[in-house]
Design a protein around this ligand. Structure first.
Ligand code: NAD
Length: 251
């Protein structure tokens, strides 16, 4: 268990990819702090299962991010994963949704990072892993805010990778293609509306059309990669944007 003695904070880890990353890190012995919304009883069960604690901070509110980081103490592994999506033509795109997506998918990662870095520098060891997306490399229509936020976090990650490189701290993005989680299920009705398609057409002709394997990525595959990035052998994987997209962005 190579992460024994390490403390990891995974944002947006009450569901989907974040939960799989939290499970992978806890499975290697890390002490995990979960974050995200959900049913209190289910979250308590997760905490028990993983020996984790939980912060319910809303990361779009900087004061709540600061309180979470203060409470979490010194973090060795920071996984910025919380994210939301909204699908709409740009001229109809809700201003509130734009602001929410940029605040959560991009700005929250800046706040957690700026607050975690001093402790990592002091220890001379750290791992920052940002869940970006295939949409940090390529775009799809009707996802203007999401694509902007994900291209933004890719640039942010490269910047901090360079700044922290001599301090034993690495920063990388993991960029999944389509992973079957509540986030994906939730965007199907809006995509049906935006594109005038049936549910099956959205799954086969939009979601899986570019994923060369024609398979959804499993959250556990992303979790396993995150754990690898925390290994000593990954100390020179820095500033990378690692695709897990079945070949989507190879085209
Ligand atoms: P999900 O909806 O299953 O999980 C999102 C998590 O974020 C949940 O724990 C939720 O409670 C939390 N969250 C939402 N709003 C929050 C807020 N304001 N403050 C704190 N936490 C909040 O989604 P997912 O599919 O697991 O997505 C996780 C990340 O992976 C996102 O950044 C997403 O953009 C990215 N991603 C997902 C896919 C995919 O196909 N599912 C593909 C590429 C990238």
């Amino acid at each position: 268990m190579f992460l024994e003695g390490k403390r990891a904070l995974v944002t947006g880890s009450t569901s989907g990819i974040g939960l799989a990353i939290a499970r992978a890190l806890a499975g290697e012995g890390a002490e995990v702090v979960l974050n995200g919304f959900g049913d209190e009883g289910e979250i308590a069960e997760l905490c028990k299962e993983l020996g984790a604690s939980h912060s319910g901070a809303d990361l779009t509110d900087v004061a709540q991010v600061e309180a979470m980081m203060e409470e979490a103490g010194e973090i060795d592994i920071l996984v910025n994963n919380a994210g939301v999506q909204h699908v709409s033509p740009v001229e109809d795109f809700s201003v509130d949704k734009w602001n929410l997506i940029i605040a959560l998918n991009l700005t929250a990662a800046f706040h957690t990072t700026r607050l975690a870095v001093p402790g990592m520098k002091k220890k001379g060891w750290g791992r920052i892993i940002n869940t970006a997306s295939a949409h940090s490399k390529v775009a799809s229509p009707f996802k203007s805010a999401y694509n902007a936020s994900k291209h933004g976090i890719a640039g942010f990650t490269k910047t901090i990778a360079l700044e922290l490189a001599e301090h034993g701290v690495t920063a990388n993005c993991i960029s999944p293609g389509y992973v079957w989680t509540p986030l994906i299920e939730g965007q199907i009705p809006d995509t049906m509306k935006a594109r005038g398609m049936t549910r099956e057409q959205v799954i086969n002709d939009v979601l899986l059309v570019k994923q060369a394997t024609k398979k959804f990525v499993q959250p556990e595959e992303v979790g396993a990669l995150a754990a690898f990035l925390c290994r000593e052998e990954a100390q020179n994987v820095n500033g990378a944007n690692w695709s897990v997209d079945g070949g989507w962005t190879a085209e």
